[in-house]
Ligand binder design. Structure first.
Ligand SMILES: C[S@@+](CC[C@H](N)C(=O)[O-])C[C@H]1O[C@@H](n2cnc3c(N)ncnc32)[C@H](O)[C@@H]1O
Length: 247
């Protein structure tokens, strides 16, 4: 019997795989690794050469795992453009990969203030900030972040977006200050709000994870903000400081 009208097995298998993929598209977030992550990073956003080079240098650093993920910074850059942010505060600079992405997203007269205790790590980033032509948009402040944030409050500074990405036990204190430092309608973004799954693990009783769980609960209960915990990176919490209605 001729098999001319029957699908060839390989073609059939391919069709079946596509049908299964179509049926699986939606209700859950994809697990991101391997080729899918490569595709996302190479096709899903626009990383310039200086960003790529800084990302790779950061990854060779002893503490390279502290770098923000490329997709996280792409999302923050998109949000910066969406809300027309001109002033951004970053709490936790490390090698300045996030700083660079956000500096590229603000307009030429925009400003990023980035805080860190470690000046040497920020110096790595400065070379790439200069290469990308955005170094004048970036003000790095060395010192303990809580003290630097208090100083910014004393100076009466107000930001369109605050990105919190430093030591986790201090997150509640950072968030309290960030809410004061962000304008109405502005955004506070907090990294590591899933703690690599630790927030959902009852055996994880560390001080850091407890602080993150408590903070998540208090943000969720606060009607003064809109909130969404996204599975981007290690859990990027997005908070919008609502504009009180005048009614
Ligand atoms: C996760 S890394 C920041 C990553 C960075 N946002 C990026 O985009 O790659 C955390 C940084 O917070 C800094 N840090 C930790 N505790 C701090 C503190 N109390 N005050 C200021 N910086 C602190 C560390 O030195 C480290 O560079």
């Amino acid at each position: 019997m001729s098999t001319r009208f029957w699908p060839q097995p390989r073609r059939y298998e391919k069709k079946a795989a596509n049908a299964i993929r179509d049926a699986l598209v939606s209700p859950r977030t994809l697990k991101l690794d391997g080729p899918v992550l490569d595709y996302l990073n190479s096709k899903g956003s626009r990383e310039v050469e200086a960003q790529r080079a800084l990302r790779e240098e950061s990854d060779r650093h002893l503490h390279g795992n502290m770098r923000s993920s490329a997709e996280q910074i792409a999302l923050l850059g998109f949000l910066i453009e969406t809300i027309d942010a001109r002033s951004v505060l970053e709490v936790g600079c490390f090698t300045g990969y996030g700083t660079l992405g956000m500096a590229l997203a603000v307009p030429p007269d925009g400003k990023i203030v980035s805080l860190d205790v470690n000046e040497d790590w920020a110096a790595i980033g400065r070379r790439y900030w200069e290469e990308a032509g955005v170094a004048e948009r970036i003000e790095f402040r060395a010192g303990l972040a809580l003290e630097s944030m208090d100083r910014l409050l004393d100076e009466g500074r107000l930001f369109d977006l605050v990105y919190v990405d430093a030591d986790k036990k201090s997150y509640p204190a950072y968030y309290a200050r960030a809410l004061k430092l962000v304008r109405q309608g502005g955004i506070v973004a907090l990294d590591n709000m899933l703690r690599n799954g630790g927030v959902a693990d009852p055996d994880d009783t560390t001080r850091q994870t407890a602080a993150i769980r408590e903070l998540t609960a208090s943000i969720r209960e606060d009607p003064a903000v809109a909130m969404c915990l996204t599975p981007v990176g290690d859990g990027l919490m997005l908070v919008r400081k609502r504009i009180p209605s005048s009614a």
